[in-house]
Design a protein around this ligand. Structure first.
Ligand code: TYD
Length: 224
């Protein structure tokens, strides 16, 4: 077949990033399908999650059963705890075996969501990330960029049951997602070699093709 880097000693680590509603998860699936067609069985993972501990942490983060709102710092430590577990038990061993790893979200999400969205600041989050991931830095990050208004529309209308309250929540949600986008764009400017920005408004197939072209350019020596 082709030689999508079977001979590399370290595997290839690709992450997909973007706001909720940007279509990342679909693109992770399409990329995995394409890799399989080339004879490569990628390890697919997602954040938060990807390990048993990580999935439990995901539960705490997403289905708050305590009725207690998590403070941003606690939320950040939970994302970082899930990430450290995922890197040490799954991602790093897979890369050391030469495997391809594709992750639906990774370290950039925390900079965008907690650093910018929650206002904790990028610098502290980048330091925490460095501590949690060590050398497991993605080789390529695809950032699907989308206007917050469009992303929010795609993930469905919020509960409008009680008018003013819903309006306020929507405005807050919009401002939060605008900060997240600002964070992602700042990351793309800061790490232009690693992070490739793609317009999430291009159709599924267009984006999938663009991602594949990037993968071929970067890692597909001799791929026909
Ligand atoms: P998920 O259902 O996986 O959403 P998506 O399909 O958009 O990825 O939920 C993950 C949510 O967690 C998403 O809103 C982004 C957020 N998140 C952070 O706030 N910080 C992080 O470090 C990560 C990994 C995710």
């Amino acid at each position: 077949m082709n030689a999508l880097c079977h001979e590399r000693r370290r595997g290839v680590f690709i992450t997909l990033e973007g706001p909720d509603g940007s279509g990342k998860s679909t693109q992770v699936r399409l990329l995995a399908d394409r890799l399989r067609k080339c004879g490569i069985e990628p390890l697919i993972t997602r954040e938060p999650g990807g390990t048993r501990t990580g999935e439990q942490i995901r539960e705490i983060l997403q289905h708050d059963r305590t009725g207690e709102a998590l403070v941003p710092e606690a939320e950040t430590f939970l994302f970082l705890a899930a990430r450290a577990q995922l890197v040490q038990t799954i991602i790093r061993p897979a890369l050391q075996e030469g495997r391809w790893v594709v992750s639906d979200r990774f370290m950039d999400s925390t900079v965008a969501y907690q650093g910018y969205g929650r206002g904790l600041g990028a610098e502290i989050i980048e330091r925490m990330n460095a501590w949690a991931v060590g050398d497991a830095i993605p080789d390529l990050t695809i950032l699907l960029d989308l206007e917050p208004t469009e992303g929010l529309a795609r993930i469905g209308p919020r509960n409008r049951a009680n008018g003013c309250e819903a309006d306020r929540l929507e405005r807050e949600a919009l401002a939060f997602h605008e900060r997240i986008r600002e964070g992602y764009l700042a990351l793309a400017a800061r790490y232009p070699k690693r992070i490739c920005l793609l317009d999430a408004r291009n159709g599924l197939d267009g984006i999938s093709q663009r991602i594949w072209t990037l993968v071929e350019e970067r890692f597909g020596y001799g791929l026909g």
